[in-house]
Design a protein around this ligand. Structure first.
Ligand code: NDP
Length: 452
């Protein structure tokens, strides 16, 4: 071991990399980490955190309107995009500092440069070459945009966080997590939003009731969802706007076009081939349950791998890797039943199978579904429904899917995810007393399946 500069060198200081570095250092390893951008990675710098802050900002528009039904009279309301972005940036700076502090407190050496593998033990860090017994690749992902004429006129979520002004009209391309979240943000803040998606309904892969409910609720809020359409070209107009040509021969105009058409692993200039690290077409690094690549001393965690792209998953993978390799307690990562949320307006949260998926896995399924007006909107007058759905394996009574669209869905589902992960049955749900009056009590009081 002493022949190497480090026991562990981590490439990429995002959620997974920082967690792995800190835990390994805590186990006594000599750890280095390199990062060519800001420490914190996608989640902290240009993902989950700033996105959620913008989402909060956008929700206020409806909160102000809803207040009237509760007797509040509000005066003039003005929104400053500049102030929001400045405040958001200040918070991101604060979190970045905390991450830097965490690394230095753990005794991890930070190299603020790009890392490139030379071979399985040597990494080029700027002008220097360092050696490490083990290497962890945690370089994350970056937005991917389809190739088309004028594509450079569009932006991705990376740039959306730094726009100089709130666009009056936005075209959001895509129907996934980021597209739905930003459609809600821009719409809530006052932009006119058209969301263009190539499929027959947004959020492919989610339960069909979730997809339909969210599309309906987003439309009610004024987002124009255009399905089964592709943007084929972007053209700058003389007035400085952007014309988006669509594959049905029509055009749309906006001042901002945002592509939310997926993300790809960050493997550019990483030297994977030189080092002999196997990658799949598209760049994803295949790993086993211990995050091992095809090379015995090179590992990978997070969005750069062929697994689920979520921050808590990267954290889990980074932590398990460090415990396994440096803590003397090898443990695989359990990727089963990962809850997730889309911070759309209204939000979506889900754990377990979608209905069609559940039927494929378990055969006969009892479906419990409820769609209701949340109590708040009895006085606010807002036309917004909450949808909740439980999928139960008929033979065992086990709850195998739980889906919520509506206010507080992510907060609700986080708690229920423990029950689903623990394999609880519908009967055990029924034995649980509801908290009244809440929306979540619906999940323990649904008694009659809609089919089955
Ligand atoms: P998604 O995979 O969720 O969505 C990508 C969207 O782009 C899909 O609707 C896809 O369509 C569409 N698309 C792909 N290629 C093209 C193309 N050539 N032309 C037109 N449309 C195209 O990716 P995101 O970028 O939204 O997010 C990436 C990942 O990051 C997510 O999968 C998630 O794991 C994670 N994430 C999680 C968040 C959270 O936890 N709240 C928030 C944001 C991201 P189709 O469905 O037809 O393939």
């Amino acid at each position: 071991m002493d022949n190497f500069d480090f026991d562990l060198l981590v490439i990429g200081a995002g959620s997974g990399g920082v967690r792995a570095a800190r835990i390994a250092a805590g186990h006594g390893a000599r750890v280095g980490i390199c990062e060519s951008s800001r420490v914190g990675g996608t989640c902290v710098i240009r993902g989950c955190v700033p996105k959620k802050l913008l989402s909060y900002a956008a929700h206020f528009a409806e909160e102000f309107e809803d207040a009237a039904g509760f007797g509040w009279e509000l005066g003039d309301r003005r929104f400053s995009w500049t102030r929001l972005i400045e405040n958001k940036d200040r918070e991101i700076d604060r979190l970045n500092q905390i991450y830097l502090q965490l690394l230095s407190n753990s005794g991890v050496a930070l190299f603020p440069v790009h890392g490139k593998l030379i071979d399985s033990h040597r990494v080029q860090l700027g002008e220097d070459i360092v050696t490490a017994e083990k290497i962890l690749i945690a370089t994350g992902g970056r937005p991917w945009v389809p190739d088309m004429p004028g594509v450079e006129l569009g932006i991705t979520s990376d740039e959306a966080f730094h726009l100089k002004a709130l666009p009056q009209r936005v075209i959001v391309v895509g129907g996934g997590f980021i597209a739905c979240e930003f459609a809600g943000i821009f719409n809530g803040l006052g932009s006119a939003v058209v969301q263009v998606y190539r499929g027959d309904q947004i959020l492919r892969g989610f339960d069909h009731d979730v997809r339909d409910t969210l599309a309906m609720e987003m439309s009610k809020k004024g987002i124009e969802i255009r399905l089964e359409l592709n943007v084929t070209e972007l053209i700058r107009t003389r007035e400085g706007l952007i014309t988006a040509k669509l594959d049905n021969g029509t055009e749309l105009q906006a001042d901002t076009v945002m592509f939310a058409t997926g993300r790809v692993p960050n493997v550019r200039g990483l030297g994977l081939r030189d080092a002999g690290v196997h990658a799949l077409p598209g760049g994803m690094i295949p790993v086993d349950e211990y995050s091992r690549t095809n090379l015995s001393n090179v590992f990978a965690v997070g969005d750069v791998t062929n697994r689920v792209n979520l921050t808590p998953v990267a954290l889990m993978e980074g932590h398990a890797f460090a415990d396994s390799e440096f803590g003397g307690s090898p443990r695989p990562v359990n990727h089963g039943l990962i809850p997730s949320a889309v911070f759309s307006h209204p939000p979506v949260a889900t754990v377990g199978h979608a209905e069609k998926d559940a039927i494929r896995h378990y055969g006969k399924i009892d479906v419990y579904k409820s769609s209701f007006t949340p109590m708040k909107h009895t006085l606010s007058g807002r036309d917004e429904k909450t949808m909740m759905k439980l999928l139960v394996q008929a033979s065992s009574g086990k709850v195998v899917g739980l889906h919520v669209v509506g206010m507080d869905a992510p907060e609700i589902v986080q708690g229920f995810a423990v029950a689903i992960k623990s394999g609880l049955t519908k009967q055990q749900f029924d034995l649980t007393t509801g908290i009244h009056p809440t929306a979540a009590e619906e999940l323990v009081t649904m008694r009659t399946p809609i089919q089955g």
